[in-house]
Design a protein around this ligand. Structure first.
Ligand SMILES: Nc1ncnc2c1ncn2[C@@H]1O[C@H](COP(=O)(O)OP(=O)(O)OP(=O)(O)O)[C@@H](O)[C@H]1O
Ligand SMILES: [Mg+2]
Length: 487
């Protein structure tokens, strides 16, 4: 991905983005822009452009001017970057870019600010228009907004997009602090201070002076769940001492900090359950799948039957972007049918995410391990035991399935609250009752863990007892009835 003024240009994908959103550019203008980017600031001769852009036709030079004008229009404030070298051709002046860029463009420069600038996303963002608007508006009202959701659901991705979109509102004073690699909670404060220090030390050249003085800025604290207490203290301290600061947090569980509002990130749209349509507009999960698969193999099929199969797969993956990303890469190699079979054993078969992704995003297994390892012992027990429940369940169902002689009912209820808070249980709220369920991928993982712990047989018996009792209106099975009776 190469930054050209306000645009990000991907030569491999042949796409142009503005703050992560793909731009519609005519094929000829795109060809021209790609040639200029590839030339990396050198002159591209008019005759070469004409040959490449109109390979089979001889056209008037006026046609070229139309596309030059279209690119300049897109470049907006950076229009001067596209330089006409009289009578000879065109080139991109990357120096203009670095002079103009005093904040956000540091993303691609080598200045010290780069360390805490929001990263540039090089793939299209699907299905998050409303989430972006909602989060922006929450940031106007609340000092701390926490994006909460399951691993791989797209919290970081949304935070990155919001950070770019708000860079103007905060006059480029946007810091992005990724805590994913921290292992020691005490270092949260140090890294945040280091980021804030950047404003002061690099402030005069890199940041708008008045903002540095007023501390009006947006700080994104990304991936906080494993250092949650330290992150909470740090956030509370920040907003108490720097009134102009807004904090956008991403975490698998809420901070429970003062002044915090929680925004739950939902999976991507998967369309109505059990309906697999090939008629546009397609659900965002299906669009994402198609886009990713065709980036790996341009010949990837978009015929009606393939789209319907993909739609089924996306539903089985619960619209989880990370799972879709990994599965689409597999589909591009194995084909859709083989992938559909492989999903049954998704934890063994779905690996091979982006090579540069975080280790915990390389496989679905690693993503769930990260969450599972952060649970306490009771939460782990209850989570894996709930894997036997195929349907939504209430607290008393959960207590029956998860019970053992070591946990009281209160322990199980606590564990369920913990699992909800940590985004491992989804809510199913109807008008009359509140139920919970495990998403399919979480359920498959829970069953693996149950198996590993040698508890699958016993827990399935409990589940059978429960279902039997329900269908025969038998009195509730007693809690703590261990060992479970054989049916
Ligand atoms: N709406 C989307 N459109 C396209 N790609 C997406 C979308 N949401 C997420 N992704 C991709 O899915 C992957 C996982 O997303 P992300 O890192 O944002 O998840 P997360 O919720 O922050 O996970 P974790 O809890 O592990 O930090 C990333 O590669 C990201 O680019
Ligand atoms: Mg994240």
């Amino acid at each position: 991905m190469i930054r050209v003024g306000n645009l990000d240009v991907s030569i491999a994908r042949r796409k142009v983005y503005e703050v992560g959103v793909p731009i519609d550019l005519s094929s000829r203008a795109l060809e021209l822009l790609l040639m200029l980017v590839e030339a990396n600031g050198s002159l591209v001769r008019k005759s070469d452009i004409m040959k490449a852009v109109w390979p089979d036709t001889v056209v008037e030079e006026n046609n070229l001017y139309v596309h030059v004008a279209a690119i300049r229009k897109l470049l907006g404030d950076y229009r001067d970057m596209l330089v006409c070298v009289s009578g000879r051709g065109y080139r991109l002046n990357f120096e203009t870019q670095s002079i103009k860029s005093s904040g956000i463009e540091e993303v691609v420069s080598t200045s010290p600010i780069r360390k805490f600038a929001p990263p540039v996303s090089n793939t299209t963002l699907f299905g998050r228009e409303k989430a972006l608007t909602d989060v922006r508006s929450l940031l106007q009202q609340y000092a701390v907004v926490t994006l909460v959701g399951a691993g791989g659901i797209g919290k970081t991705r949304i935070a990155v997009e919001v950070a770019h979109k708000l860079s103007r509102d905060f006059c480029d004073s946007v810091l992005f602090v990724d805590l994913a690699q921290l292992t020691e909670p005490t270092t949260v404060r140090t890294i945040v201070s280091e980021a804030m220090g950047e404003v002061e030390t690099v402030g005069i050249s890199g940041w708008r002076k008045h903002n540095a003085a007023m501390h009006s800025m947006l700080i994104v604290l990304d991936n906080c769940e494993h250092v949650i207490e330290a992150a909470t203290r740090c956030v509370e301290n920040l907003i108490a001492t720097k009134p102009g600061v807004r904090v956008l947090v991403t975490s698998r569980e809420p901070l429970r900090a003062q002044g915090e509002v929680v925004f739950r990130v939902e999976p991507l749209d998967i369309g109505p359950i059990g309906v697999f349509s090939d008629v546009p507009p397609l659900p965002s999960s299906v669009e994402m799948f198609l886009d990713h698969a065709s980036c790996i193999d341009l010949r990837f099929g978009r015929d009606a039957a393939s789209v319907r199969r993909i739609s089924r797969i996306c539903q089985r993956l619960d619209g989880l972007p990370l799972a879709i990303e990994i599965a689409s890469a597999r589909a591009a190699v194995l084909g859709i049918e083989a992938l559909a079979d492989a999903i049954g054993d998704r934890f063994n078969n779905l690996s091979g995410g982006h090579r540069t992704a975080l280790p915990r995003h390389q496989t679905l297994n690693a993503t769930f391990d990260w969450s599972y390892n952060l649970l306490d012992v009771n939460e782990q027990k209850v989570f894996r035991r709930l894997g036997v429940l195929h349907r939504p369940f209430d607290i008393s169902d959960a207590c029956i399935v998860a019970a053992d002689s070591e946990m009281t009912e209160a322990d199980i209820v606590d564990a369920i609250c913990g699992l909800c808070s940590k985004s491992l249980l989804a809510d199913d709220v109807t008008r009359t009752k509140r139920e919970h369920r495990l998403l399919e991928t979480a359920r498959s993982y829970a069953l693996l863990k149950l198996e590993d712990n040698g508890e699958r047989g016993v827990t399935e018996q409990r589940c059978e007892l429960l279902e039997y009792g329900k269908s025969h209106r038998a009195p509730r099975v007693q809690l703590n009835c261990v060992p479970p009776r054989r049916i």
